[in-house]
Design a protein around this ligand. Sequence first.
Ligand code: C2E
Ligand code: CA
Ligand code: CA
Length: 588
Amino acid sequence: MDISEKNQKKPDITPSKKRKKKISYESLFNAMVLHSADVVLILEASGVVRFCSPSSLATLGRHPEELEGRNFFSIMDDKTAGEQRAMFLSNIFAGNPSFSRSFDIKNEFGNTVHIDAQLSNYLHNPDIKGVLITMRDTTRQKEAEEKAFFYEYFDPLTKLPNKESFLVRTKAYISIAKNRGKEFGVMALGLDNFKTINDMYGTHEGDEVLKQVGQRLTSSLRGDDVVARYRSDKFLVLFADIKSSDNIQELIEKAKNAFNQPFRLKLGQEVSLSASMGIAFFPNDGNDAGTLLQKAESALYTAKTAGKKNYRLFDAKLNKALLNRQKLEKELEAAIKEERFEPYFQPKVDYTGHIIGAEALVRWRLSSGRIRQPSAFIEIAESSGYMDAISDLMLKKTCSYIASWSWQGLADIPVSLNLSPKQFSNNNVIENLIELIKMYEIDPRRLEFEITESSIMSHEKDSIEKLFKFKEFGVSVAIDDFGTGYSSFSKLKDYPVDTLKIDRSFVSPLPNDKKASVIASAIIDLAHTLSFNVVAEGVETMEQMKFLDTIFCDQFQGYLFSKPVPEYQFCSMLAKGLPLLKSGILPE
Ligand code: C2E
Ligand code: CA
Ligand code: CA
């Protein structure tokens, strides 16, 4: 064997990459493209498909022949096509060598397929002259990611954010609030009797109730507010932009509203639920999300231990105010049942000092016999919804006194009653009052309602209609506290009212204050040109009375003549029939 032969038989030990074995790249690429699970496409700059690999059938439900020669973007819906085409063009014209895109396409079965695409720009490559796209169906992966995200941040039962998500959002809201110098509230809300529902009807029904609670809380709040569920029967609410110094009641009412109606179970029964609440405020009670939540929970715990349907604030000082309020609300409720509200009467006199009318002002007679003034309870009665019941009592008692005065043969004077703005804005207020007046069989001309100008102006068209109803029925209307609102005389002429009451703030500086004197006399002049009767409120001195008389004020009311007094005293004033001015008839 010669050497050369020997050499030839030597095994080939060169590393494979150095081996000069010829590989057909064409067959390799063909195999890769034709058998790849990814869809490979070559697009022209116009978007027309020049080549499409066979896997398009599995991924897009379309044969390659169906796509070749067609504009690729035409297989997408209009919105996606517009967006994707714009991105495609801007990338290739910018000369980006490669870029990636994600989009949804509907396959031919109508199912949405999520695609991750990698695009390589070979427009300048003389062999390809196109954009090579590799598309992968990542629908499953995306769904899994979304599911994982959902389970991490949402409560699967109510679909509300969970505690984690609530903390993230609270954190984000803290930075907004810090920048804007704002306050906001975090509420922990616990259902009071939820366990009973689970025990009585099963967890299936319990779940149904929880879902409904979530929906109701969400719909009773504003867009910026966040509702979350953080434990079986506990929810969290972020009240955006609510100050600790006010609005607390508003915040509690909003959450309470969700429990006004019973909840309907799947079986058809209805169950009532109540909730207890604990509230903490940013920044007063905490500067970070965790602390706020912890303090709201601790306030909820205090509320729960105090019994059902309770609410507590974390802040001790605020909490004390809230407790007082709750106590007063309970007292109000009991006092209404016991009909402890009664009218005191303050006379209105003419220039001779004789009584020509009266205003009924509410007083709360406590069981101790002490009297509580309206300033101590009207606002709370209004916001907790007790004012209507109080007004009904006032109307009932006033009507029975009017009837009794007639029966005793006393002067047939008209009596006015106050209607708060909230009451006046209620839909059925006029009809209800008219019904009640009819029931007490009182001549409607003996009654007048005092309404402030702002309550008329807030829903002007409705208000005017309501006022006409009173007028038709025969009850008169006075505008109370005139001058403190914004109504102009040009508006006043359209209001079907009979009387203007000039507010005490214009009367008390009289007669020495020039400006007040000019205003008072202008109001009276103009009121007279519109045929209104004018009453001056809060007349305390003889000088005020004299001055008002010189500028032709029609009636006077104030401590100069009498404070508001209980019915028996007013009755004896009426019976005496004497002028209420010691100096007798005015003016000299
Ligand atoms: P208002 O309607 O402006 O009633 C006049 C208030 O001024 C009364 O206070 C009256 O006692 C007081 N007053 C009368 N003359 C004088 C005076 O010469 N000097 C001073 N300093 N004050 C005088 P009151 O009774 O405490 O009532 C306060 C407010 O409570 C009333 O203001 C009215 O807005 C509201 N209010 C009273 N009763 C009722 C009611 O039955 N229903 C409603 N909705 N509101 C009522
Ligand atoms: Ca009044
Ligand atoms: Ca007044």
